[in-house]
Design a protein. Structure first.
Length: 486
């Protein structure tokens, strides 16, 4: 396969190369996620005809899916760290072994959540809401959609690898096919068209399962067609030695802790939001869908940060990685601000189309305004954290996020709701109270340069020179060269 030409750290920063490759990497990823979000919007519009309770119930089920996402995303983040750096170092064996161990851990998480959704849906819905009617709708949805979780996790692992090795168009094709299939099957099964049974919310769940299968088949088709290695080299997936597993877990552990702890924290916030009025629950479900439009564009920058920074760290070009990371943060905030303005300009017809009216519409509009203020800073924090992770520093951003979640955000949300009985929009605004403070701290760490901690042999060889040039003193170098298997 063709690899991009690497730059040396003696060159002046190449803006043309930088912008061009951001577009090459970020745009397909953003488009894929935008398509997925658009599909979710279409689903919500279809479900809106079944009532606000159905919209709210499916929205709460989506929060359980988000908890699963948090459970396996630590392994995705750790895996992409290794994929990108080994890609820069041209270490094919390292990529294959990293994919094998990443896939193993991710599938374990997916199987656990699938069993919970299929075997204990009532327990799950009872956690998220105290409204019996919403619980029953959610139970019928989870009993079917649980089959999709394993398919989604497998597709996510493959997509993460493909993006890290700059094969970003293939996940886009899979996403396009998946969204089209989801909309098609949902239309048939929710409303009972063309002789299919009218299944309502259960039809939406079955459509999600079928779409997950389509996505996976498309990914495998293009992998075979383009003869891309790594994914199907099963005999090489498990060639791990103790040193490699130890290093992998060392790098993944902070990310796993971050994602799980933040996932639990978000679940606790969603429990508070899920015990509001039915109007507020419906507004939250619709808001999460529209929020996905903003996050869709952010995810493109997230992957660009992982690949463009991690690849250069792996190749030993630390100065280039350092300069790229700083510029990515500001470009991300500028783009997110533009995207949000567009979303807000069309929020009125979107909220009505997804079934909100009266009080639920007022709440949804208020949430959009508050989120717009927070999104600029929040996405800047996220892209900085992704840059740190891809460069080998998985701990700093994780520590910051967990600390502020449990010492600031959760106390503020719970006290405002249960002690001071604040209005819903005040409680919602406090979900983002930590973002400005974290941004300042993350910026200080960004300019310190201490977050470049390579795992490849090539990166380790040149990190000392970079630190000396920038006057960086690091007490514990977490970058370790991987021992090659004998």
């Amino acid at each position: 396969m063709k690899r991009m030409k690497l730059r040396t750290n003696t060159e002046k920063f190449d803006w043309n190369y930088f912008i061009r490759h951001i577009a090459i990497i970020a745009v397909p990823v953003a488009m894929q996620n935008l398509l997925t979000t658009t599909g979710s919007m279409v689903d919500t519009m279809m479900l809106a005809s079944l009532g606000e309770k159905t919209v709210g119930a499916v929205g709460l089920c989506a929060q359980f899916s988000s908890l699963m996402f948090a459970g396996y995303w630590g392994f995705v983040g750790g895996g992409m760290l290794f994929f990108a750096q080994y890609w820069g170092a041209k270490n094919d064996d390292g990529i294959t072994r990293s994919f094998g161990i990443t896939l193993s851990f991710m599938m374990t998480v997916g199987i656990v959540f699938s069993f919970l959704a299929l075997g204990a849906p009532g327990f799950i819905m009872n956690i998220y809401t105290d409204k019996p009617e919403i619980q029953q709708i959610g139970i019928s949805y989870l009993r079917i959609v649980g089959f999709a979780y394993i398919l989604q996790v497998l597709a996510m692992a493959v997509s993460a690898l493909l993006r890290s090795i700059e094969q970003v168009k293939i996940p886009l094709y899979g996403g396009m096919a998946s969204v089209a299939a989801n909309c098609f099957f949902n239309y048939l099964l929710i409303f009972g068209k063309f002789g299919f049974p009218k299944m309502g919310v259960r039809g939406a769940a079955l459509g999600t399962v079928l779409a997950g299968g389509v996505n996976l088949l498309i990914l495998l088709f293009f992998i075979l067609k383009n003869r891309i290695p790594y994914v199907l080299e099963f005999s090489k997936h498990f060639r791990w030695n103790r040193k490699f597993v130890q290093q992998y877990l060392q790098k993944c552990f902070p990310i796993i802790c971050n994602e799980v702890m933040i996932g639990v924290g978000n679940m606790m916030i969603n429990i508070v939001l899920g015990h509001q009025s039915e109007k507020a629950i419906a507004a939250v479900a619709v808001f999460r869908t529209l929020e996905g439009l903003v996050i869709a564009f952010f995810s493109g920058f997230s992957n660009a940060a992982t690949v463009l920074v991690g690849k250069e760290v792996g190749a030993g070009n630390h100065e280039i990685a350092f300069q790229r990371a700083k510029r990515l943060v500001y470009m991300c905030s500028a783009l997110i601000g533009t995207v949000y303005l567009v979303v807000f300009m069309v929020h009125n017809p979107l909220l009505h189309a997804m079934g909100l009216s009266g009080e639920s519409y007022r709440i949804g509009t208020g949430m959009m305004i508050l989120y717009g203020i927070a999104a600029l800073i929040r996405m800047g924090n996220w892209v900085q954290n992704d840059a740190y992770r891809s460069a080998g520093d998985a701990a700093f951003g994780s520590i910051m996020e967990i600390t502020f979640m449990y010492l600031m955000v959760l106390p503020c949300v719970y006290l405002s709701n249960y002690v001071f009985h604040a209005p819903f929009l005040v409680v919602f605004a406090l979900c983002y109270v930590d973002e400005p403070i974290r941004y300042i701290i993350m910026q200080c760490h960004m300019y310190s340069g201490k977050w470049l901690k390579p795992v490849s042999d090539e990166g380790v060889k040149t990190i000392g020179e970079f630190r000396q040039n920038h006057g960086i003193s690091v007490k514990n170098n977490c970058g370790l060269a991987v021992e090659k298997p004998q």
